[in-house]
Design a binder for this molecule. Structure first.
Ligand SMILES: [Zn+2]
Length: 249
């Protein structure tokens, strides 16, 4: 039969386990809260990248448009030059001048044709650039919606965490006040040093550091008469298959 001493010790361990579970959840929630600004920053950075793509696509299109306008200007300049030369043909006196003028007209026409080919290429490039810009605009607006949704969800999550943290911290403080001061200071020290103050021992093995407990110690542990620490990792150990220590969360 279980003695009063056993019962008291089991209760102590159980209390510590519940406290530990609170402390660990609180720690996780705080870490999540701490990560919030960097998650937001990351989302903003993602958006910034998309906006830069949009800017560069807009710039490309404008450049192609400007180049096209410039070349079209040159083409019409050449056209009027050619017209002018044709008119001047009537005024030419010598055959030599006439031939020279014809040659000049041919050269101008060549130049004009080459420019017109370039304009055609630019028109194609413009269509491409317009298509690309449209695609990027669509992506950006979708991303924008996505990011806003994510931010909204994050905000909600953080608010919920804030509320549950307050509740959990109050409960944790209440639990703490039930632990004897000496034991609490051991617990606190182990929590700070190792992240967990208690470790279950299953089939003779400490589940935190995976070292075997000497058989004699394991038998003692099963009897649950004194508070014991893992000889290797120092954590407070308890029998991991004991009904009352399982399913604490
Ligand atoms: Zn251990």
């Amino acid at each position: 039969m279980e003695s009063e001493e056993n019962k008291k010790l089991s209760q102590k361990i159980r209390l510590l386990l519940i406290l530990q579970s609170y402390d660990q959840s609180i720690r996780q929630k705080k870490e999540r809260l701490k990560a919030w600004p960097s998650i937001l920053k990351e989302l903003d950075r993602e958006m910034e990248q998309h906006n830069q793509e949009l800017e560069s696509a807009t710039r490309s299109l404008m450049e192609v448009k400007a180049r096209r306008k410039e070349l079209e200007g040159k083409v019409s300049e050449l056209e009027s030059k050619i017209k002018k030369r044709y008119m001047q043909l009537y005024e030419v006196k010598s055959n030599k001048d006439y031939q020279e003028m014809l040659q000049e007209i041919d050269d101008l026409k060549d130049k004009k044709n080459k420019l017109e080919d370039q304009v055609l290429d630019l028109m194609e490039a413009m269509e491409e650039a317009e298509k690309r810009l449209k695609e990027i605009k669509n992506t950006v607006s979708e991303k924008q919606k996505e990011v806003e949704k994510k931010k909204e969800a994050l905000k909600k999550e953080m608010e919920e965490i804030g509320v549950s943290l307050k509740r959990m911290e109050a409960e944790r403080d209440r639990l703490k006040s039930e632990v004897e001061p000496d034991l609490l200071s051991t617990y606190t020290r182990l929590m700070e040093m190792k992240g967990a103050a208690l470790s279950p021992v299953i089939k003779g093995v400490c589940q935190a550091c995976h070292m075997s407990i000497p058989p004699q110690k394991f038998i003692e542990l099963l009897k649950c008469q004194t508070l014991m620490n893992c000889p290797n990792c120092e954590r407070i150990i308890y029998w991991g298959e004991e009904e009352m220590f399982i399913n604490i969360s």
